[in-house]
Design a protein around this ligand. Structure first.
Ligand SMILES: Cc1cc2nc3c(=O)[nH]c(=O)nc-3n(C[C@H](O)[C@H](O)[C@H](O)COP(=O)(O)OP(=O)(O)OC[C@H]3O[C@@H](n4cnc5c(N)ncnc54)[C@H](O)[C@@H]3O)c2cc1C
Length: 348
């Protein structure tokens, strides 16, 4: 059999697959990217961490986005709140908000030179298709309602993560508005997405509290089902799984793409200087390097998705005390903020 002409074939030109292709530019590896679909235009807010910004800057793909300078974490109907500032983590911003299709479109336009129309033979296949059909799946008893919300006064640079009895509500500043992701029981999510504007705005205002401002207009409502899907092994014979193809997370705390970009970055680093990217020892080195970050991030988001559910008074009191302690204890704030930005490693 002739030797493959390509070293690395990336299945999936989503943000993670494209980031890997760009991170491999300038190495000796011959790379091709294969995708089956064109990009969907629906709105999905993405909060990228400062670490993701560094990765995108290093591959020449960073673009402007709305910075998050403060995050308020609180619970509906209970005391206690924590306020995280960019200064807690010694970074210029805790994160940056952009639209998925804008980011994905821009990355895809930069990998045109790598795009192939056929799935050609390669020494190693990277699965970045965004889903792993053979992974273990847990369906959350929640769906996410996504929307763009205008408030009075308008959004600036503060984000709000509010834990409600049905699920977390995130309001992310996005070009003078808030990008909303509100996880709720599936029937209630559908009803909220279809509710008349006035009803939607009143319900959101009651759940969000006064800090983000008064909701006055809503656009681009949609519902997304929520699952936790984790592949038992992130490598196989001459194959590797990255991004959502390795793990699909609940969107609470906005970790999915951030984790996927760290997958892509670490894989490119392991492959630098390698002539056989499908070599078993090389792939094992990659899997070992990603184990801790992936396991910890999956555990934290799964915990947060369920931890604040329900309206039990005792549990609400304990949660309030935990938030208040986080708020007044700077080393805890610093640890928490840096952990959400970088994962367990230092700078990427
Ligand atoms: C409501 C919501 C809010 C979110 N908010 C955040 C956030 O704030 N921050 C964050 O970090 N993450 C967030 N996420 C998660 C984030 O969207 C995903 O983690 C991210 O899109 C994964 O990128 P990916 O490139 O791995 O997969 P995808 O974005 O799914 O891209 C996969 C690509 O593979 C292609 N493809 C599919 N099948 C095939 C095939 N058979 N062959 C070839 N190509 C194929 C697709 O066309 C697509 O281009 C959110 C998710 C949701 C649902």
């Amino acid at each position: 059999m002739p030797a493959p002409e390509i070293d690395v074939l990336i299945h999936g030109a989503g943000p993670v697959g494209c980031t890997l292709a760009l991170a491999l530019r300038g190495t000796r590896l011959r790379v091709a990217v294969f995708d089956r679909t064109s990009l969907a235009a629906s709105f999905r807010p993405i909060a990228l961490s400062y670490a993701s910004r560094l990765i995108l800057e290093r591959i020449g793909a960073w673009q402007t986005a709305t910075p998050i300078e403060t995050i308020h974490v609180s619970q509906a109907g209970g005391f206690g709140r924590a306020r995280l500032e960019a200064g807690d983590a010694a970074v210029p911003a805790l994160g940056y908000v952009m639209d998925y299709s804008t980011l994905a479109g821009s990355l895809r336009s930069q990998v045109e030179e790598f795009i192939t129309k056929d799935a050609v033979a390669a020494k190693c296949v990277v699965h970045a298709e965004g889903a792993a059909p053979d992974a273990e799946e847990k369906r959350y008893a929640q769906d996410a309602v996504v929307a763009l919300v205008h408030t009075d006064p308008p959004a600036h640079s503060a984000a709000f993560e509010r834990f409600t009895p049905e699920g977390p509500l995130a309001l992310l500043p996005f070009a003078g508005r808030y990008a909303m992701v509100w996880s709720r029981r599936p029937q209630r999510a559908l009803a909220l997405a279809a509710a008349p504007d006035a009803e939607f705005l009143a319900e959101l205002g009651a759940a969000a509290g006064h800090r983000p401002g008064r909701p006055v207009k809503v656009e681009a409502r949609a519902v997304q089902p929520l699952v936790l899907r984790v592949r038992a092994a992130r490598i196989a014979l001459r194959a590797v799984f990255i991004g959502n193809a390795a793990q699909t997370l609940h969107p609470v705390a906005g970790q999915g793409l951030n984790l996927g970009l760290r997958d892509a970055w670490d894989l490119a680093r392991v492959w630098r200087g390698s002539s056989d990217p499908g070599d078993a020892a090389t792939l094992e080195r990659y899997a070992a390097r990603r184990r801790l970050d992936a396991a910890a991030t999956i555990r934290v988001t799964d915990f947060l998705a369920g931890a604040f559910l329900g309206s039990n008074r005792l549990a609400r009191g304990a949660r309030g005390a935990a938030l208040a302690a986080l708020d007044i204890f700077p080393p805890a704030r610093r640890f928490f903020a840096r952990r959400m930005i970088y994962g367990p490693s230092a700078l990427p």
